[in-house]
Design a protein. Structure first.
Ligand code: PSU
Ligand code: MN
Length: 303
């Protein structure tokens, strides 16, 4: 059911650093052709930092760990690719469908392939109004139970960030800040909330991963990496766009798995494309940090 690209397979066998990347960000998170360009750029950043990229998705019911450029291109423009989280996996496999993997499904497949570090833009979380809707991303449960370290730029303010932190605490997921005490808020470097711990180097992060694995503590670790100031958005501009997008979503009655893709798309429209540029920059910034962490972890994991 899993097809691991030969280059990725060889790197894993030799104990070299491999970084997983997701495909929902390509098919449901950004418009074509910038989605494909970003996916290629993120892979290039991983390579330039001395790690091997493995973009993950499902083609005709087969999980691909390490997609080719042609496959990524398909994910960027093909219509009707499903957004696949944990619950969708068995059906997509059985029906031999195409599936773009979210953070939760990518974590599962990365773990099955033997990859520890996974880089993305933002994770799903507890949505605003979840007290009523119970809309809580499957990403959070996955972080609780699957042994993968996820590097992201925090969670978007389309979510309820305080509740997302509470949920992660309950689930036993460490929320760490890369060179910061403040939880980043995706488009901006600070949310006004604190992470659990600050981490100051890739070596330190690798040691935390190793301690978690060696002590048999099941589950992921979240490393939040702030967007560089020069690419961050103006807080007022982004807050306003988010408010408008959420109101539009409620008015149109959009629910469930369509919420996050709708909000991302609407925010890009409302900011005249500025949010997309920030999104692209932060993904590449995460790819750099994730690759360094993967390299340090590869050095110590078998000690
Ligand atoms: N956040 C982003 N871009 C994305 C996503 C989140 O900035 O593309 C995607 C990820 O794949 C994440 C998913 O796992 O949305 C969460 O969806 P939901 O809220 O439906 O769980
Ligand atoms: Mn949801």
């Amino acid at each position: 059911m899993i097809k691991i690209n030969p280059e990725v397979k060889k790197a894993l066998e030799e104990g070299r650093a491999v970084v997983a990347l997701e495909s929902t960000i390509i098919s449901h998170g950004m418009p074509y052709p910038k989605n494909v360009k970003t996916a290629f750029e993120a892979e290039d950043v991983v390579r330039s930092h001395g790690a091997v990229p493995a973009t993950i998705g499902i083609i005709d019911g087969v999980a691909i760990v390490g997609m080719t450029h042609e496959e990524i291109e398909q994910f960027g423009k093909r219509e009707g690719i499903l957004k696949v989280s944990r619950r969708d996996l068995p059906v997509v496999f059985a029906k031999k469908l195409w599936g773009a993997t979210t953070v939760s499904a990518t974590m599962i497949l990365a773990h099955q392939a033997g990859i520890e570090v996974f880089v993305t833009g933002g994770i799903g979380g507890v949505h605003r109004g979840a007290q009523e809707t119970m809309d809580i991303s499957a990403d959070l449960q996955e972080l609780a139970k699957t042994n993968v370290t996820v590097v992201c730029a925090g969670a978007k303010a389309i979510l309820d960030l305080p509740l997302t932190l509470e949920y992660l605490e309950t689930m036993g997921v460490p929320v760490l800040g890369y060179k910061t005490e403040d939880l980043p808020a995706f488009y901006t470097s600070k949310s006004g909330l604190k992470v659990d711990y600050r981490v100051d180097s890739p070596e330190e992060m690798a040691r935390i991963i190793k301690e978690k694995r060696d002590s048999g503590l099941v589950g992921g670790i979240l490393l939040t990496n702030p967007i560089p100031e020069e690419f961050a958005m103006d807080k007022e501009v982004i807050d306003k766009a988010i408010e408008t997008a959420i109101r539009r979503m409620d008015r149109l009655g959009i629910k469930g798995k369509d919420c996050t893709p709708f909000l991302l798309k609407t925010i890009v429209e409302l900011t005249g494309g500025e949010s997309l540029e920030s999104n692209i920059r932060l993904v590449c910034n995460n790819a750099a940090v994730g690759s360094e962490v993967a390299k340090e972890y590869a050095k110590i994991k078998n000690l």
